[in-house]
Design a protein around this ligand. Structure first.
Ligand code: NAD
Length: 424
């Protein structure tokens, strides 16, 4: 097998049997969780495909390792390789403090225009959870990844730019009176575009249709931020009706039916659409949604939301199924094919090189990557082996502390245990 690049043509990913995939091992606990994850990924591919498929890993540098070797936190070469090879995977990276460097993760997302942050939230039997029925928590979150308050347009209180902006808001836009303490205010700008919202919501709807999911929920704070978050909802409903027609039924349509035909008729239409297996597009206010994750998780399936909401929601939902130690993530541009799969936790520097932390977040990100490549059988093999390992209570310290009669394993031992449970 000759290693070669993954390419994209006519909207389709072309994956050779031996793709070259760049990896960033990450800082802090990154090397421990990466080596464990890589070991399981390689073994699963080997066992599942009997040697007919293989990943050729290619290391690229970012974070402290890059800084120590090259003097740069995110070398241009790293970005060039990630761009060229389309699909990559990374461990957690330190966010440099001071020195004007923003988060390396945010920088990578912006530079590759990875507009979807994809966070599946699913419970594995036996994982300690603070909720009564974690088996009801099964979401896939599509978080917009390039806009919103994360665009990084902020002006420090008292700075020249803050003063200029205050003048502009006061003199040109007549909005000065809305600012409670103008002289000591810092400012942040929240850009939310129709294009950015629509491409994110389209990806969520396409995913939901492909997976035969019952609904897509648009989560927003449109009650307060009408022209940003409120527009996100409106653009979402318009898009669903315009591009997906008969395959979907929206709460926007339900509202219209209620106005013109009365509530009973509207409810009957909604029921009918559900019975026909149509994808229901609905919306919920973000604060209510954070309640619903705990009170009524069964009502939700695929979630589409803005950047900041998505950040909060992803971790809150992850907590219900065992926390960030087991929650995977990916950043994807479905148009160009670029994707970076990543652990959702940080570098936990206190535990660096202890070989004690849970590698499941990065490993399951690798599983998402295998799904993205179309290597579903290997992905399923790992998921099942991980589930068996957890059910047998052979786990790392985070789960061990919360389980009765569990066996404590090191990071690498946990990986070997999963490998033992692989089929093939
Ligand atoms: P963290 O996620 O690194 O650690 C918080 C706590 O979570 C740890 O003390 C540990 O108890 C637990 N934890 C984290 N990962 C675990 C694992 N795999 N298994 C078991 N327990 C685990 O968050 P932090 O301390 O706020 O951040 C440390 C550094 O990581 C900072 O520099 C931060 O900027 C960075 N960070 C990076 C990413 C990323 O690269 N995606 C994400 C978050 C934070």
């Amino acid at each position: 097998m000759t290693p070669s690049k993954i390419t994209m043509s006519n909207g389709q990913l072309n994956v050779p049997d031996c793709p070259v995939i760049p990896f960033i091992e990450g800082d802090g606990i990154g090397p421990d969780v990466w080596s464990a994850s890589k070991m399981v990924l390689d073994a699963a591919i080997e066992k599942t495909y009997g040697g007919k498929k293989k990943i050729e890993w290619k290391e690229i540098l970012a974070g402290e390792k890059a800084f120590n070797k090259t003097g740069e936190w995110l070398p241009a070469e790293t970005m060039n390789i990630a761009r060229e090879y389309l699909v990559s995977i990374k461990g957690p990276l330190t966010t440099p403090v001071g020195g004007g460097i923003r988060s390396l993760n945010v920088a990578m997302r912006q530079e590759l225009d990875l507009y979807v942050c994809l966070r599946p939230v699913k419970w594995y039997k036996g994982v300690p959870s603070p909720v009564l029925h974690p088996e009801n928590v099964n979401f896939v979150i599509f978080r917009e990844n390039t806009e919103d308050i994360y665009a990084g347009i902020e002006f420090e209180a008292g700075s020249e730019n803050a003063k200029k902006l205050l003048h502009f808001l006061t003199d040109e836009l007549g909005a000065g009176k809305k600012i409670r303490f103008p002289e000591t205010s810092a400012f942040g700008i929240k850009p939310v575009s129709k294009e950015g919202s629509v491409r994110l919501i389209r990806a969520a709807i396409e995913y939901a249709l492909a997976q035969k999911a019952p609904s897509v929920t648009l989560v927003h704070k449109g009650n307060i931020m009408k022209y940003t978050e409120g527009a996100f909802k409106i653009w979402g409903y318009e898009l669903a009706e315009r591009e997906f027609g008969d395959q979907v039924y929206t709460w926007g349509q339900w509202e219209n039916a209620k106005k013109t035909q009365g509530e009973d008729a509207a409810n009957a239409k909604l029921k009918n659409a559900e019975a026909q297996g149509k994808l229901i597009i609905k919306d919920v206010i973000a604060d209510n949604f954070l309640q619903q994750i705990l009170l009524s998780p069964k009502d939700y399936s695929v979630i589409a939301t803005l950047n900041l909401n998505g950040d909060y929601i992803s971790d809150a939902a992850a907590a219900a199924v065992g926390g960030i130690g087991i929650s995977p993530g990916a950043n994807i541009n479905y148009n160009t094919g670029h994707a970076v799969f990543e652990a959702t936790h940080g570098t936990a520097p206190r535990f660096a090189n202890t070989n004690t932390m849970n590698p499941s977040s990065l490993l399951l990100s690798g599983v998402m990557m295998l799904e993205y490549l179309g290597w579903h059988e290997a992905a399923q093999n790992i998921e099942e082996a991980l589930a068996v390992t957890i059910k047998r209570k052979r786990v790392t310290i985070d789960f061990y502390n919360l389980m009765h009669d569990a066996t404590l394993l090191k990071t690498s031992e946990f990986a070997l245990e999963i490998i033992k449970n692989l089929k093939g």
